[in-house]
Design a binder for this molecule. Structure first.
Ligand code: HEC
Length: 113
């Protein structure tokens, strides 16, 4: 015999999926609102300004942390990634940036020579 609850469960599950789907859609639409279409990923400069500039200066000139203006001639992008994940000392917090944003940030810093 069929379980009489099944249709209700199916509808409930579909409803939940719909609600989540719509809210994700809404967030994506909002993110796309500032012009560059699709979901706009932050530029490395924006990520740097948010996560690093307070200690390394708006223009990489250094502040409480060392200057990063020529960091690309000292470290490769991969090494910079490693530094963000495991900083040289406790004066710099670990994992301020992660994932794709870290890839983009490290690549950009690696170009600062
Ligand atoms: C709370 C302050 C602070 C923040 C935020 C911070 N740093 Fe640092 N960073 C430091 C300090 C202090 C050092 C030097 C640590 C040492 O040598 O012991 C350092 C060192 C470094 C170094 C090594 C520099 C060298 O010449 O060896 C790199 C690269 C670096 N930071 C990148 C970053 C990046 C990228 C971010 C953003 C994701 C960031 N830091 C955020 C404080 C900070």
């Amino acid at each position: 015999m069929k379980n009489p609850l099944m249709p209700f469960l199916t509808i409930a599950v579909l409803g939940i999926i719909l609600v989540f789907g719509l809210s994700v859609y809404g967030v994506t639409q909002q993110a796309a609102g500032d012009g560059e279409g699709e979901s706009t990923p932050a530029t490395p400069e924006e990520i740097y300004a948010q996560a690093c500039a307070s200690c390394h200066g708006q223009n990489l000139e250094g502040a409480s942390g060392p200057a990063l203006q020529a960091i690309g001639s000292k470290y490769s992008a991969d090494e910079i990634k490693g530094i963000v994940q495991e900083p040289p000392s406790q004066m710099m917090p670990p994992n301020l940036v992660q994932g794709e944003e870290l890839d983009a940030l490290a690549e950009w810093l690696g170009e600062q020579q």
